[in-house]
Ligand binder design. Structure first.
Ligand code: PLP
Length: 367
């Protein structure tokens, strides 16, 4: 055949680099040649305690898997409205917060439009900008990972004027916070500000009510981390009225599947159980942080999330990740500017921390 169909592919997509996702357990198990129970997975900020046991009963009792889900996620939005003390009309549920990041881009970004990305941060903001033919304007964080407010303000004078600003608090990968004064300042710039609070339950203080105060603030949250539902893909956004009305027009009707919605509802009905796990993770984060400070070659950063970022001194961070992987312990290494000498460790159960620490000690004595 003479016709090459790939010449019809969008040129920007053809040039795009593939996103490298974290691999799931079974794939990992085959790759590392270890049974899943011998793998300590601390690379994707998942919840080591898993979901509420109540979701299994709720999933077993659900009788409508053969019927399309409610496109408006009414039951879940009502429960979220109680949980957040925010009117239901401001809430939209997504197939993970990831879907909502893409949906927001689809609403605002036309080819060439500019999105401000405060790197290092969550990779999906720049990935989705590219996917939606936007341009990423990097305003790098400072050495302590705080947001460069002056840099962002300066960027708003550029042409074309940036449309969106993604902020994350606590930030992934360092676990640091954006303070109130900086957020207020940034909200007064001519930008739509998306505040991603995927990890906020591990800090405790959300800005969700600020959406009632600011017409240009969008807030994103998820069931993936605190509720242990990463595999079921349920996230949500809280939006100003003028924005959400347009989002409803472009959302895929059946974006939230029946199982995800049932499990998310059951999670909201088991807050005591889940919040106890969150408390355990917070306590373990502090223990992990303290223990990591004892290693001469590691400089952990204080974190308000369910992970600890460490600078690696005097040895190769990528090799350290590979050495740990060889022992069945997965941590995250990023080959990205500003992070090449870092590893990020998700908080696990106490016994997983113990194995990690013993393995690190063993690796130190070998060095
Ligand atoms: C900052 C941040 N936002 C959003 C997400 C994705 O959330 P979800 O699993 O709901 O798509 C993550 C996942 O790692 C994250 O780190």
């Amino acid at each position: 055949m003479s016709f090459d169909p790939t010449i019809r592919i969008r040129t920007d997509v053809a040039k795009m680099e593939a996103y490298t996702p974290i691999v799931p357990f079974d794939v990992l198990s085959a790759r590392l040649q270890r049974p899943p129970e011998e793998i300590i997975k601390l690379d994707a900020n998942e919840n080591p305690y898993g979901p509420s046991p109540r979701i299994y009963q709720a999933l077993a009792n659900e009788g409508y898997y053969h019927i399309y889900p409610d496109p408006d996620s009414n039951a879940l939005r009502e429960a979220l409205s109680d949980f957040l003390s925010v009117d239901k009309s401001h809430i939209m549920v997504g197939h993970g917060a990831d879907e909502l990041i893409d949906l927001i881009m689809r609403l605002f970004i036309q080819p060439g439009d500019v999105v401000i990305d405060c790197q290092p941060t969550f990779g999906m903001y720049s990935f989705d900008t590219g996917l939606n033919s936007g341009q990423v304007l990097r305003v790098p964080r400072r050495a302590d990972f705080s947001v460069d407010v002056v840099g962002i303000e300066g960027a708003t004078a550029n042409l074309p004027q940036p449309k969106l600003l993604f902020l994350t608090s606590p930030n992934n990968p360092d676990g640091g916070l954006l303070n109130d004064a900086d957020l207020r300042y940034l909200l007064n710039l001519p930008l739509v500000v998306i505040l991603d609070e995927a990890y906020v339950e591990f800090y405790g203080k959300s800005r969700v009510k600020w959406v009632e105060e600011y017409d240009n603030l969008v807030l994103l949250r998820t069931f993936s981390k605190w509720a242990g539902l990463a595999g079921l893909r349920v996230g949500y956004g809280v939006f100003p009225a003028a924005i959400i009305s347009h989002l409803w027009k472009i959302k895929q009707p059946y974006n939230v599947n029946v199982a995800g919605a049932v499990a998310a509802l059951a999670s909201l009905n088991d807050l005591d159980y889940l919040m106890k796990n969150v408390e355990k993770i917070i306590a373990e984060r502090e223990r992990l942080y303290q223990a990591l400070t004892q290693f001469e070659f590691l400089r952990p950063y204080p974190s308000q999330a369910n992970f600890v970022l460490c600078r690696v001194l005097g040895r190769d961070a990528r090799q350290l990740k590979l050495d740990l992987e060889g022992k069945g312990i997965l941590v995250r290494y990023f080959s990205k500017p500003g992070l090449t000498d870092h590893i990020r460790i998700s908080v696990g159960k106490p016994e997983q921390t113990d194995t990690l620490l013993t393995t690190l000690q063993h690796l130190t004595s070998q060095a």
